[in-house]
Design a protein around this ligand. Structure first.
Ligand code: FES
Length: 118
């Protein structure tokens, strides 16, 4: 499968906040960091377009600040709504975070590949 890795930020820039909204071209992305993984979601919530980067990380989920929908970090799945927030594959090389924007953010399925943090 073709990939299109786009450089976003350094791990250090992300690590201080553990969440960060970044833009790659026209695409707004919410990055989240746990103790050992980095995850990338489309920033605008599938419900009503609130910024997930302003949400909260809690028990392996991203809680949207709009109406508290809880998206699984690994899959983007929202159990109560039975739908997914689009996610992006992530890789970290030399302390730089990249996401694969090959897939459309409107793509309904998930294919998250969270990146391990050294
Ligand atoms: S805008 Fe995210 S839950 Fe409503």
């Amino acid at each position: 499968m073709e990939t299109n890795w786009t450089r976003l930020v350094t791990v250090r820039e992300l690590g201080r906040r553990r969440k960060l909204r970044v833009e790659a071209g026209d695409t707004a992305i919410a990055l989240f960091q746990t103790d050992d993984q980095i995850y990338a979601f489309r920033d605008l919530c599938v419900h009503q377009d609130r910024s997930l980067a302003k949400g909260t990380l809690l028990h392996g989920r991203v809680i949207c600040p709009g109406h508290q929908w809880a998206f699984d970090l690994d899959t983007g799945y929202e159990e109560d709504q039975d739908l997914c927030q689009p996610t992006y594959a992530v890789k970290v090389e030399d302390d730089v975070v990249y996401v694969d924007l090959t897939r459309s953010p409107d793509y309904a399925e998930t294919a998250t590949s969270p990146a391990e943090v050294d």
